[in-house]
Design a protein around this ligand. Structure first.
Ligand code: HEC
Length: 166
């Protein structure tokens, strides 16, 4: 009888302990921010396109036959940096498609020095970079608007002189 009493008590203690560990109230007693409780931070301007979707903007940009950015050292250097962010792992440091990630692709990433690309104007290259075979929709959604033209400028440097139209 005694031990049965003890068992009942122990079960009661266990249930109590478990309910304390798992129960909700403690989760609510803590500093927390409820939805809409705080005003959202103001977004920096140009965070979201206001003049059309990204694809509409890209289409407009791709109509340009030559890069709107002046070919300065800074723009070119920025292009190189952005190439390191977005492209190098696949297309390789030399643009030949031999990046460490690119090696597991079938077909391999394009050789950016190829005559096929050299024949394109800047706008067409801009478009292929974002929507070309092997990319869509990833590049369109990844490459920031302000990084695109410097990238086109830098990708142009891979073209072999004999591939470039006079
Ligand atoms: C995840 C790997 C990957 C990344 C990252 C990547 N590419 Fe590619 N790229 C590919 C593959 C795969 C192809 C398709 C090759 C083929 O079909 O022969 C390709 C094709 C291309 C083409 C030719 C497209 C066409 O339609 O002819 C261009 C230009 C290009 N890439 C430029 C870039 C640039 C610039 C970046 C960075 C902004 C980039 N790529 C990032 C994998 C990648």
């Amino acid at each position: 009888m005694r031990s049965a009493n003890l068992t009942v008590k122990m079960i009661a203690v266990c249930i109590l302990a478990l309910s304390c560990v798992s129960c909700g109230p403690r989760m609510n007693i803590q500093p927390s921010v409820q939805p809409f409780e705080k005003q959202m931070p103001v977004m920096p301007s140009k965070s979201t396109p206001t003049t059309g979707s990204f694809k509409i903007i890209a289409k407009q940009q791709a109509k340009l036959t030559s890069n709107p950015l002046p070919k300065t050292k800074t723009n070119l250097r920025n292009g190189e940096i952005y190439y390191g962010y977005y492209c190098l792992m696949c297309h390789g440091a030399k643009g030949d498609g031999n990046g460490p990630v690119g090696e597991s692709y079938v077909p391999k990433p394009a050789d950016l020095s190829s005559p096929n690309l050299a024949r394109l104007n800047d706008g067409q290259l801009y478009w292929k970079m974002l929507y070309g075979v092997g990319h869509a929709p990833v590049m369109e959604q990844t490459v920031l608007l302000e990084h695109r033209w410097p990238l086109v400028m830098y990708v142009r440097t891979f073209a072999k002189p004999k591939n470039v139209n006079p």
